[in-house]
Design a protein around this ligand. Structure first.
Ligand code: SF4
Ligand code: SF4
Length: 318
């Protein structure tokens, strides 16, 4: 039923920029985990919690509260993107070409570069000190983003290295990837896959996420089939974005899709609007309804949970 149409995914053979490697996370899978944030994503979800991860290239992050008004950055900018007004820099993101010339001039680190070139050795050097915590808690490494599958050869090498060290691996994915390559390069080295199930209606998906969802739905179906063999566990997750993904219509369509595919358990994630502050520092324009900018209401969460349960889909707590 869910047939694949060509879609706009640009695969990258080079290594990705890494936004951050967070140690001691308790929110990104079982046990204590290190979380690797990869930069670049094929989707453009209007509620994206990690707006700094959308673009593949380096970006400037400007935190005005850290600016001491020294003006040192201005002399490094040939694009006239920086102006000193009332003791603070006004940053014109439209003029900025992300040349990064100003970054090193800013001693208080009000200006910083998002994304760093890290080799697999560099990444492992940050991961391995946490291995005793993984071993004691059933934790491991979570790769998220952005969308790590944009960089399959690099992620494949990274996963192989993690498995050589006997580290549990989890991938968080939007589901937009070439399944054949994924099955060969990535899946054999994964213990767990968390895949997003956002919106079923194709037009709504295009409107809110920037691309059609046909490939995603087909990939979820295939992932579920493969997961039955037991080499990895799969969890589909729906971010609850008010008036966008959490409408009764979308939830019922997700239930119907799960029933057709045979998925019997899933997760739902409460909207967390804290990302909007990050978006401001990146110069990203907010393009989402007022309601989607608020913390999620508990009673609405319970309502959605009931809709799933009534259709025989168990909602796992996260
Ligand atoms: S990164 Fe942007 S603001 Fe900084 S020097 Fe280059 S163009 Fe100017
Ligand atoms: S160098 Fe940094 S602290 Fe100084 S004016 Fe520029 S942004 Fe502000």
């Amino acid at each position: 039923m869910y047939k694949l149409n060509p879609c706009n995914i640009k695969m990258h053979e080079h290594q990705p920029l890494i936004i951050d490697i967070k140690g001691n996370s308790l929110d990104d899978g079982p046990g204590v985990r290190s979380v690797i944030f990869v930069k670049g994503c094929p989707l453009r979800c209007v509620w994206c919690q990690n707006p700094e991860s959308k673009h593949v290239k380096q970006e400037i992050f400007y935190d005005q509260s850290q600016c001491i008004g020294c003006g040192d950055c201005i002399t490094h900018c040939s694009e006239k993107a920086l102006t000193l007004v009332n003791g603070k820099i006004l940053f014109d993101h439209a003029k900025c070409t992300a040349c990064m010339a100003c970054v090193s001039s800013c001693e208080p680190k009000a200006i910083s570069a998002v994304g760093a070139n890290l080799s697999i050795d560099d990444i492992m050097a940050k991961i391995l000190p946490y291995q005793p915590f993984f071993d004691n808690t059933g934790g491991g490494v979570t790769i998220t983003g952005g969308e790590a599958t944009l960089f399959m050869p690099f992620i494949s090498s990274l996963l192989k290295t993690l498995k050589k060290h006997n580290i549990h691996t989890l991938l968080e994915t939007c589901g937009m990837f070439n399944f054949k390559r994924f099955e060969t390069l990535i899946l054999p080295y994964l213990d767990t896959v968390y895949v997003d199930m956002k919106i079923v209606d194709k037009e709504d998906h295009i409107n809110y996420c920037g691309q059609s969802n046909e490939r995603i739905l087909e990939n979820i179906q295939k992932l579920h089939q493969r997961s039955k063999k037991g080499s990895f566990t799969l969890l589909t997750r729906t971010p609850l974005i008010p008036n966008i993904t959490d409408t009764d219509k979308n939830i019922m369509q997700i239930c119907e899709f799960y029933q057709q595919v045979g998925i019997k358990k899933a997760a739902i994630l409460k909207n967390n609007p804290l990302w909007m502050d990050k978006a401001k520092h990146l110069g990203v324009k907010l393009d989402l309804p007022q309601q989607a900018r608020q913390f999620y209401r508990e009673e609405k969460f319970t309502h959605i949970q009931k809709l799933f349960n009534d259709k025989g889909i168990h909602i796992v707590s996260m």
